[in-house]
Design a protein around this ligand. Structure first.
Ligand code: ZN
Length: 416
């Protein structure tokens, strides 16, 4: 059962059938999946969702798939962790972390890929493809293996080694491109024209793919006992994640699953790739493309497809967009790890460091119920910590040496 009405252009509102289309033929605006929310509201209920599978398919009524519980890797329904120690450190009150490091391939991309490739199978595609900054590559290769599809994954040549190996291990084709993500993305847009029988999850299937991110809003609402938070902090790469979280909250209100409540939405970027934060700071409507240079490679999209929509969603909600330096990103990773025991990748460091910055400026407030989205696992980007996290020299196996080492460390800490 699917409640999809079709695709609608976000710019001129022209309608299209629910096919493998992503841009409006009239104005080239992006297409968006629209639903018969009245019909969804008539069948959905908290009880129906709670009785569903413990993965993202518990929200199937809100997703563009006809198949009931399609096969996959079990993406979604990750923990919402109450982060009291981090909150105390940042001077905040009620703070939660949406821990998407726990997804099957270690990032929130498993949500969007699960939806996109389920749709691809329904449409009869046999080949899964994508342009990726790394996490998407991991997830497309893994899901294609699980679903028995071929895969062709294109990435910039200089990604973190774990993300490269973790894509190659699943056995599809991995093409490393001499260029940055924006070059790879442009190439994939051309390839999508030449290989119309390939399902490029973030090109010709992009409208369906992006819908998977709404589940990050649905889960937070359900896990807060069917209430919306006051303020969420979301990393921005293409901007699609942020806009879909906003859409998820409003669809839950529209179908009566939660009471209406204003959610402030703030965005997080790395200074080395911050076109949306720059536009926000200058009060501009123009997102000026940049050449990325940051350790947060999963967020390194210099020309974000949904950047303007993300900016608009932030402004409408009364949130803010801020950016943080590479040093602050590492500090964010370490702060999260030592206060809450969660190891996030560089994108998570961006989110936590931005949360800290916004909290210190009073944008994120102590009286708000806050959710920060931690979107990927730290094991994927360990090289970002190399030479930035102190590791002691080896010592001989004797108790005096241990005592001396501990004493030294304690004295060092006191000195610092
Ligand atoms: Zn249009």
């Amino acid at each position: 059962m699917s409640f999809v009405r079709g695709l609608t252009c976000r710019e001129c509102a022209r309608s299209y059938p629910a096919e493998a289309l992503h841009a409006c033929e009239w104005c080239f605006g992006p297409l968006e999946v629209t639903y018969d929310l009245g019909a969804v509201g008539a069948v959905t209920s908290r009880e129906r969702i709670e009785a569903g599978p413990r993965d993202l398919w518990r929200y199937a009524d809100f997703l563009p798939i006809t198949t009931q519980s399609p096969p996959g890797l079990g993406a979604g329904f990750t923990p919402l962790v109450k982060a009291d120690r981090l909150a105390a450190e940042l001077g905040l009150g009620e703070l939660y972390l949406k821990d998407d490091t726990r997804n099957p391939t270690g990032s929130f991309k498993d949500r969007v890929v699960s939806v996109a490739l389920s749709k691809a199978r329904e449409m009869g595609f046999r080949v899964a493809a994508c342009a990726s900054t790394g996490n998407l590559a991991n997830s497309v290769a893994a899901h294609a293996a699980r679903l028995g599809m071929d895969s062709v994954v294109l990435i910039p040549h200089d990604l973190e080694i774990v993300k490269v190996l973790m894509t190659a291990v699943f056995g599809g084709r991995l093409l490393r491109i001499d260029g940055n993500y924006d070059d790879v993305n442009r190439l994939c847009a051309e390839l999508a024209g030449e290989y119309p029988d390939w399902a490029f999850v973030n090109v010709n299937l992009r409208p369906y793919y992006a819908e998977g991110s709404k589940t990050l809003a649905f889960e937070v609402a359900e896990q807060l006992d069917w209430q919306l938070p006051d303020h969420v902090v979301v990393p921005i790469a293409s901007g699609a994640l942020l806009t879909k979280i906003a859409k998820g909250f409003s669809q839950f209100v529209e179908t009566g699953l939660v009471e209406p409540h204003d959610v402030r939405i703030s965005g997080a970027q790395a200074e080395g790739c911050s076109p949306v934060a720059t536009a926000f700071a200058s009060g501009s409507d123009q997102i000026r493309p940049v050449k990325p240079s940051t350790i947060a490679k999963s967020l390194a999209i210099g020309n974000p497809a949904d950047g303007w929509y993300a900016l608009e969603a932030v402004r409408r909600s009364g949130g803010a967009v801020a950016s943080v330096s590479d040093d602050e990103i590492v500090e964010g990773i370490c702060l999260l790890a030592r206060t809450e025991g969660i190891f996030a990748e560089t994108a998570g460091g961006v989110t936590i460091a931005t949360l800290a910055k916004l909290a210190s400026k009073g944008v994120v407030r102590r009286d708000e119920r806050v959710v920060a989205y931690v979107t990927g696992n730290g094991l994927k980007t360990v090289e970002a910590l190399k030479d930035r996290v102190a590791i002691d020299e080896p010592i001989t196996a004797n108790t005096d040496e241990v005592a001396r080492a501990l004493d030294q460390r304690i004295r060092t800490e006191v000195l610092v």
